[in-house]
Design a protein around this ligand. Structure first.
Ligand code: PMP
Length: 356
């Protein structure tokens, strides 16, 4: 078994070693520019190629139909929590949000400034177990401007992969699961993600938006939050985060060369099944998510004995396995395993969980 150190933090997250090596090289000298990638102009031909390549890689990885536009915008997913209602509400009176935990509630609460929000119950929290109810039971008001879902709740590790088709546009915050769930984009109106977990570094979001929806934008929307202007200017309205876009292009290329979305999902399933097995086999640990909705990306567990958690964190750190502390709201342990997480590091962690 290979011995391997790894950063398991929730985001900004670990990048594959090969991607980091390429970045190091390009920081010294980028292609034939004579300069560092850090000095590349957003108006240069080279940057235009980076954007075009990132768009076409993402389009091919998710088989994105031609009537969807792909844009890159400064700011993380939280900025999209404002951008979504500002771009999509149009003349509707309300928008629906599926409640599955922390991030879905945060997105809904920010949207309230612009539109009346209707919560759809997604989460059943019985104290013993957290479950996302069956999509068939989601009761979505057909007059909503859109229906917003968060398919992977990063903090408690709650995930669902099935969504319900409705006549209103489905909007998904895929910040912690883009390229880690095999989705059919044509079921969605908008898919967005901060890229710092599965697809790059902090400071950038990717937005996949169905063409007909961009016309709904409210005229008072700040320019840099308008999807229509980003489409028109091909994501270069102003000095955009050049370096972050470049890293995302490298990550998309890496995913493509390593088997695409299907391979990423398979590997995520393998890593997660090892980890949940280890957690379930040690009576000192408990995971509160029902089996169908356990995230294969963020595995969160706790113990009634804080000493056990601290000892595990110390033992892991000694082995070079870091970033395992649970979210400040949840405590315990959280193991975030985004694309490129080496199996060797997961095996090592599993051994430590068994010994705890
Ligand atoms: N949505 C989800 C599902 C997340 O996990 C996070 C970050 N952990 C966010 C939104 C917020 O992202 P950002 O920090 O980029 O605003």
């Amino acid at each position: 078994m290979d011995h391997c150190t790894h950063y398991f933090g929730a985001g900004p997250a670990a990048l594959p070693a090969e991607v980091k090596q390429k970045i190091q090289k390009d920081i010294n000298l980028y292609g034939d520019t004579g300069n560092s990638i850090l000095e590349l102009s957003h108006r240069s031909e080279q940057f235009s190629s980076i954007i075009t390549s990132a768009q076409s890689l993402l389009r091919s990885l998710y088989a994105i139909p031609d009537n969807y536009k792909i844009i890159f915008m400064a700011g993380g997913a939280t900025l999209q929590f404002d951008a979504i209602p500002l771009n999509l509400v149009g003349s509707a009176k309300h928008a629906s949000y599926l409640d599955t935990g922390f991030w879905s509630r945060k997105s809904a609460n920010l949207a309230r400034k612009y539109v009346d929000v209707k919560f759809v119950q997604g989460l059943i929290d019985s104290r013993e177990k957290i479950c996302c109810i069956d999509p068939e039971q989601w009761n979505v008001d057909p007059e909503s401007a859109y229906f917003h879902v968060t398919p992977n709740e990063t903090i408690y590790g709650v995930e669902f992969t099935q969504v319900k088709k409705t006549d209103i546009p489905l909007v998904a915050d895929m910040t912690s699961c883009i390229l880690m769930q095999d989705i059919d984009i044509s079921n969605y109106g908008v898919v967005y993600a901060g890229v710092q977990k599965t697809l790059g570094i902090a400071g950038l979001s990717v937005v996949i938006v169905r063409e007909d929806l961009i016309e709904r934008v409210s005229e008072t929307t700040p320019e840099l939050l308008r999807y229509d202007l980003h489409v028109k200017e091909n994501s270069i309205i102003n000095t955009c985060p050049v370096f972050a876009c470049y890293v995302t292009q490298l990550m998309l290329d890496w995913v493509k060369r390593n088997g695409g979305v299907k391979a990423m999902v398979e590997q995520a399933n393998m890593r997660a099944s090892l980890l949940y097995q280890a957690v379930d086999s040690n009576s000192k640990f408990v995971n509160h998510v029902c089996e169908n909705n356990r995230s294969v990306i963020n595995v969160a567990f706790n113990s009634s004995d804080n000493g056990v958690i601290n000892n595990l964190l110390v033992a892991a750190k000694k082995e070079g396995l870091t970033g395992l502390e649970g979210h400040r709201n949840a405590g315990g342990i959280r193991v975030s395993m985004y694309n490129g997480t080496p199996m060797g590091a997961v095996h090592r962690l599993v051994e430590l969980i068994a010994q705890a």
